[in-house]
Design a protein around this ligand. Structure first.
Ligand code: SF4
Length: 434
């Protein structure tokens, strides 16, 4: 194999840019390994390193600044056979710093080439997270106040199983890249280079200075023994295949006829602990038992057993394109917290809406048809009020029938809870005052 360079769009950088060296070395590594372009995905970040994907006849993905590793992770998970090579500059690496840490922790078989030229080249030479403190950059003095971060040391601390720090000008860069690609796990290469277009307009940096600087640091070259472990996609497959398969979705066959046609919404207003959302679910299941389309949206506090709880179910004999309640056909107002949350809706209601509430509950003024239940007198507990209100709604022959309700309860509850719920519904059904 000769080359994977895209002859229609050959690499073009400022004269003397080290990126050109990396393009050549990467191409040589691909050729040495005889990997077909179809088996490679180049994922590039934003900036001059972001042009890499256009230079090669491979698959390519170019996304948001700093996020290249996230796309690469998705691509590798979707198809572990692909060779995924990511190019990022030091700018993008800083922007997506957390993604670097996660990639190192995860150990997906991805190769990250960091084209580290100590500044944001493309956008005018602003300081990045690797800019030396003493450098003069186009963005003022802030780099004088910050410690540049060490790409490889950071990666190793986070769990990278392969790390190399080198100059982009070394003779056998292709072999180092090849080693990184061949490594079965996350590989990071911190490749130092010169950006003549921006950085060296104000600073002195040459390949020789880069060599001297690298020699003054401890060598980081290749496999990181203490971080060697299973590659993520293989490990994931192993763990996932040992899990019990998920249950198939339950099929609910229509058995009954709903008492009303058209689209109806029911708003259940209560507080946490009153099984408001469960009541919404029962309503939806009841709708499904009559072959209706249903949606449910709920609103509750982040707290447990405190705060409002509101459920809004829509049941319709046509597809539901808007899941809001509009003017509800029924409101089950079982606690003041939920009522306060939706108090504005009551003034817009007319007699077509049935409001079921408790005799001990105050609701805002409304033109709706209001039916107040003596929950206390009937010894119906607070957490039974929502279900009891559904039973009252059934008695008013609105939206769902008795059979739909009972059948929904059978779908949702175990025998013990079903028995208790059934008893409550029978109590409402047989009460002549309701
Ligand atoms: S701005 Fe710097 S990094 Fe970008 S192409 Fe020019 S020299 Fe290379």
């Amino acid at each position: 194999m000769d080359s994977l360079i895209n002859k229609k769009r050959p690499p073009l950088f400022c004269p003397g840019c080290s990126h050109e060296k990396v393009v050549g070395a990467l191409d040589k590594a691909f050729c040495n390994m005889e990997i077909a372009g179809d088996d490679i995905v180049m994922v590039s970040d934003i900036g001059c390193s972001g042009l890499f994907d256009t230079f090669f006849n491979t698959h390519a993905f170019h996304g948001l600044h700093g996020r290249a590793l996230t796309y690469a992770a998705g691509i590798k998970m979707a198809n572990p056979k692909l060779n995924v090579v990511v190019t990022m500059g030091d700018g993008g690496l800083g922007i997506g710093g957390a993604h670097l840490l996660e990639a190192c922790r995860r150990n997906l078989d991805i190769t990250l080439l960091v084209l580290n030229n100590f500044n944001f080249g493309m956008t005018g030479g602003q300081f990045s997270s690797t800019t030396p403190e003493e450098a003069i950059v186009g963005s003022g003095f802030l780099n004088n106040l910050e410690k540049p971060f060490d790409v490889c040391q950071t990666g190793i601390a986070a769990g990278a199983s392969f790390a190399t720090r080198c100059s982009g000008y070394i003779k056998h860069l292709d072999e180092k890249i090849e080693d990184a690609i061949k490594h079965k796990g996350f590989s990071i290469m911190d490749i130092w280079g010169v950006c003549p277009g921006r950085f060296t307009k104000r600073n002195v940096l040459t390949p020789k200075i880069i060599d001297e600087k690298l020699q003054s640091l401890s060598a980081i070259e290749g496999v990181v023994k203490e971080n060697i472990r299973k590659e993520y996609t293989a490990h994931y497959k192993e763990v996932a295949s040992a899990l019990k398969p998920l249950k198939l979705a339950k099929e609910i066959k229509p058995e009954f006829k709903a008492p009303e046609t058209g689209k109806h919404s029911v708003m259940i207003l209560g507080s946490a602990g009153q099984r408001i959302i469960t009541a919404g679910e029962i309503l939806c299941y009841a709708g499904l038992k009559a072959g209706l389309f249903t949606t449910l949206k709920s609103d509750y506090n982040i707290t447990v057993l405190r705060g409002h709880s509101v459920s809004e179910a829509v049941l319709s004999d046509e597809k539901i394109v808007y899941i809001g309640s509009g003017i509800p056909s029924a409101i089950l107002a079982v606690d003041e917290e939920g009522i306060t949350r939706k108090k504005g809706i009551f003034k817009n209601l007319n007699k077509d809406t049935l409001v079921i509430t408790g005799k001990d509950i105050e609701i805002p003024a409304t033109n709706a048809k209001v039916f107040a239940v003596d929950f206390k007198g009937l010894k119906i507990k607070s957490n039974e009020r929502a279900l009891a209100s559904l039973a009252v709604m059934v008695k008013h022959n609105r939206i769902i029938s008795y059979d739909m309700l009972i059948s929904a309860l059978k779908e949702i509850f175990n025998q013990k809870i079903f028995n208790a719920s059934f008893e409550l519904i029978e109590k409402i059904k047989n009460n002549e005052l309701i």
